[in-house]
Design a protein around this ligand. Structure first.
Ligand SMILES: Cc1cc2nc3c(=O)[nH]c(=O)nc-3n(C[C@H](O)[C@H](O)[C@H](O)COP(=O)(O)OP(=O)(O)OC[C@H]3O[C@@H](n4cnc5c(N)ncnc54)[C@H](O)[C@@H]3O)c2cc1C
Length: 460
């Protein structure tokens, strides 16, 4: 029996896939042979009503317990068969499908433009983050449910129109992600040797859109502009032991190129100081203690007063940066974290030769020479044809997952994931996000507020 601390758990479901013997199963996916285990489990907690599918407190221990949910039927005016189309098969789509499939009447069809499912869980997460990637085991479990089909290599807007989907399903749930980089707008970004960190991520993960995006590795130094988790991922892969990478899911062509890499130093440069670093504390801990060669010049922390930082997570980040700065400079190739530098232009005639910076808030110039410049300043959603777009936020316009036009919900249209809330949070965040959207979709189904579809679902 597991006790899962509910104040820490984000209910992402990763433990289900991580269990080596498959012993953790959500109640609603127990097979008929195993169905009695839900009752056995309920009987284990005296004082809790059998009809209650949630077990909030084990009376003797006074500990909150994880909920066990059995399949339930939709009520009210929900149709006997509720057909839902989900566009995209990334984490938000698969968590939404899992939530929907708790209801017997629901039939889900997932449409995915790529030949492989699971979005950034497959094509974004770094190949050496093996434990994070095991979340795809959970999504495979969801995909095995008898009421879901996943149509790969099918792009909505190219192979099937949104209108066709709407006319053949009670609801369409858009979960297409936010795949576009925020562009860095400084002179020189068009030079050879400048590219987005996203394209490099796609390249080393074997994403078909980025097969062309092999970076220049015949240079001694690379500069990454921006210091979010993606910047650290790329820097770590560029400086990793290639024999260690060989045991991961890294694309073989990328691995071969990295084996011949001349890069000795990757400088990850941020505009603001260490106390504003965009990378998360776990990512920095993983880097500092996970065998990566990382270094911070002690001068970067001059004037940063940890005692004056009230947020404990930020204070812990700065403490760890200080600890790293006191370590000996590592052997090459290594990562250097630099702060407080605003990029002004990429230098070079045809090919990038370096980046000119000014110390943020001053006019003090400096140059870092580099033959490869990667931009990693965040993501942004692209407008989806046929769906109202909120240009300020870079997301589909919605209220709690219901797509809206001028504030009014459009019946049968929903949104979830990065294209709903913007590119933030980690994989588990999409579970909560999709939970909200699905709850509203099902409430609309029970209220009889979904359009009635015409013919059978289309496939190509
Ligand atoms: C480089 C990178 C590394 C990351 N690493 C981590 C990590 O280590 N840990 C972590 O917790 N989080 C990580 N994240 C964040 C995590 O990947 C996201 O939170 C999550 O993938 C967002 O899910 P999504 O379903 O909204 O979008 P996506 O994962 O982008 O999925 C969208 C899917 O929709 C498909 N699609 C788009 N348009 C269409 C269309 N018209 N028709 C059909 N299909 C379509 C796409 O092909 C894609 O498969 C990382 C993100 C990035 C960018």
């Amino acid at each position: 029996m597991l006790y899962i601390d509910p104040s820490t758990c984000v209910d992402c479901g990763a433990c289900v896939s991580a269990c080596p013997v498959g012993a953790i199963v959500p109640g609603h996916r127990l097979s008929d042979e195993a169905a009695r285990f839900a009752d056995v489990n309920a009987g284990h907690y005296p004082g809790v009503e059998q009809s209650d599918t949630r077990f909030p407190v084990r009376t003797e221990w006074r500990l909150p317990m994880a909920p066990i949910v059995k399949p339930v039927a939709l009520r009210g005016q929900a149709p006997d068969e509720l057909r839902i189309a989900i566009v995209g098969s990334g984490p938000s789509a698969m968590y939404a499908a899992d939530e929907l499939l708790k209801h017997r009447q629901v039939k889900v069809t997932v449409y995915e433009r790529l030949r492989e499912p699971f979005g950034l869980a497959r094509f974004g997460v770094a190949p050496d983050h093996e434990s994070t990637r095991t979340v795809t085991n959970l999504f495979n479990e969801v995909a095995r449910h008898p009421n879901i089909q996943i149509l790969l290599n099918t792009e909505i807007g190219r192979d099937i129109t949104l209108e066709e989907l709407r006319s053949t399903h009670h609801a369409v749930l858009w979960a297409g992600g936010a795949p576009t980089d925020r562009p860095l707008q400084i002179p020189g970004v068009d030079l050879d040797g400048v590219q987005s960190a996203t394209s490099v991520v796609g390249w080393y993960n074997g994403h078909p859109d980025f097969a062309y995006a092999a970076p220049v590795l015949s240079t001694e130094r690379a500069v990454v502009i921006g210091n979010g988790n993606v910047a650290l991922d790329v820097a770590r892969i560029f400086t990793a032991d290639t024999d260690r990478l060989a045991s991961t899911t890294i694309d073989p062509t990328a691995l071969a190129a990295l084996r011949g890499s001349q890069i000795r130093e990757v400088v990850v440069v941020a505009r603001r100081g260490p106390e504003h670093a965009a990378f998360t504390l776990p990512e920095l801990i993983g880097l500092a203690d996970g065998g990566a060669r990382v270094w911070v010049d002690p001068a970067e922390l001059d004037g940063v007063d940890v005692a004056g930082i009230t947020d404990p997570t930020i204070a812990a980040k700065v403490e760890l940066l200080r600890e790293i700065s006191q370590r000996p400079r590592p052997a090459e190739p290594f990562i250097r974290l630099a702060f407080g530098q605003t990029p002004v232009k990429v230098l070079g005639s045809e090919h990038a030769s370096g980046v000119e910076f000014v110390k943020t808030g001053t006019e003090e110039k400096s140059v870092i020479e580099a033959g490869l410049v990667l931009t990693a300043i965040g993501y942004r959603g692209r407008p989806v044809p046929g769906l109202p777009f909120d240009d300020d936020k870079g997301t589909v316009a919605h209220v709690a997952g219901r797509v809206v036009n001028d504030g009014e919900p459009i019946p049968g249209l929903y949104v979830t994931g990065w294209i709903k809330r913007g590119p933030s949070g980690f994989i588990g965040t999409n579970k909560t996000d999709s939970g909200e959207t699905v709850a509203n979709l099902l409430a609309d189904a029970e209220a009889g507020a979904l359009p009635r579809p015409g013919g059978a679902p289309v496939s190509v």
